[in-house]
Write a protein that binds this ligand. Structure first.
Ligand code: NAD
Length: 350
């Protein structure tokens, strides 16, 4: 079975990806800085598993990455590590440039040097897969979808930093021949998502009977994809994607934010009605819009579907129901995030 160096594998998508990969027999070396978004609780099912080596560290630490590559000789690097929250990028863009741009560049340099040191068969088989976002394409009007040839037009510090990292990955392929792959995916949701993002935030607040903040008029549209379907797409691109290519990943599930929030309210009302009998929709509170808020994202994933045979397995309605159930069943995970205790033990565990 292969060995993969996965970065950011204690985060939301990376965590789901690592859990799945190790279960399928892949050896994963998981390099994560454990920022506020990194959560070792997510990886608890892998405690003691032979196929999982957790390393607490920075993708920008060249000496550490060099040592890990030399020691574990991975067949692939999958780069999830990033600062990922748009609102935080508005308040403080520097951390986004540091990890998403400078950190990715450093990782690419180490990957290139390691790849060049491999024998010809090893060089042929090696892949550097960079996980990115559809937000690099900017905002759509009422119609149309993002394809792999849509020009980049990032509007937030987050998406600008991801766009820069995508360009560096592309340049390392064209300049040095590094066998890269890039995936640009729409908004994910599902288990283990940090409750600052819309869906887990709304679930947590709606459960507690608190006000549900919705930006602007609530009509910003995102193309939602269940995280397990995203992870399957990444695994498929890693397995069979054409070197140097980029692949868009999306769920064909465009929904306005307001619809997402109302759907969660209805699912929770049916399962855990509020004690005072109020419908949770009454908790919705429109708040001042996010600066530079992109209006609409939609992904054309036909390249990935036609070339590699990937398709989402869940509709939005199936995925959101599964997600609400997961958060109800895993309140202990959520509680440790909300009260901060998930961080207290993190260094000791690392
Ligand atoms: P996340 O914020 O939940 O996780 C990021 C992880 O990276 C955390 O575990 C964090 O500790 C780690 N990290 C941060 N800086 C690091 C560094 N310098 N070195 C090593 N580790 C570091 O993010 P996510 O939502 O899981 O997103 C993962 C990737 O997927 C990101 O690159 C993001 O841009 C991309 N993406 C996310 C979405 C989405 O909807 N969440 C959609 C498309 C693409």
């Amino acid at each position: 079975m292969p060995t993969w160096l996965v970065t950011g594998g204690a985060g939301f998508i990376g965590g789901n990806f690592v859990l799945d990969a190790v279960r399928r027999g892949v050896k994963v070396v998981n390099l994560d800085l454990l920022t506020y978004a990194g959560n070792r609780d997510t990886l608890a099912p892998l405690d003691g598993a032979d196929g999982h080596v957790f390393v607490h560290g920075d993708i920008g630490d060249a000496a550490l990455v060099k040592r890990l590559l030399a020691e574990h000789r991975p067949d692939a690097i999958v780069n999830f590590a990033a600062e990922s929250h748009v609102d935080r990028s508005i308040d403080g863009p520097s951390a986004f440039v540091q990890t998403n741009v400078v950190g990715t560049l450093s990782l690419l340099e180490q990957a290139r040097d390691y790849w060049k040191s491999l024998d010809p068969a090893g060089r042929d088989g090696f892949r550097f897969l960079h996980v990115s976002t559809d937000e690099v394409y900017g905002s759509l009007g009422e119609n149309g979808k993002f394809s792999e040839t849509t020009p980049y037009a990032p509007n937030s510090p987050y998406s600008a930093s991801k766009a820069a990292s995508d360009h560096l990955v592309r340049a390392f392929h064209h300049t040095y021949g590094l066998p890269t792959l890039t995936t640009n995916c729409s908004n994910n949701y599902g288990p283990f998502q940090f409750p600052e993002k819309l869906i887990p935030l709304v679930i947590a607040k709606a459960l507690a009977g608190e006000s549900l903040p919705v930006y602007g008029d609530g009509m910003n549209v995102r193309d939602w994809l269940y995280v397990g379907d995203h992870c399957a797409a990444i695994a498929r691109v890693l397995e069979a994607g054409r070197v140097g290519e980029t692949y868009n990943v999306g769920g064909d599930a465009e929904r306005p934010n307001l619809t997402v929030v109302k759907t969660i309210c209805a699912l929770l009302d049916a399962r855990r009605p509020l004690a005072d009998g109020r419908a949770r929709e009454s908790l919705i509170a429109f708040v001042a819009d996010r600066p530079g808020h992109d209006r609409r994202y939609a992904i054309d994933a036909s390249k990935l579907k036609n070339e590699l045979g990937w398709a989402p397995t869940l509709t939005f309605e199936q995925g959101i129901e599964r997600t609400v159930e997961w958060y109800l069943q895993n309140q202990a995970w959520v509680q440790r995030v909300l009260d901060g205790s998930y961080r207290l033990e993190r260094i000791g565990q690392a």
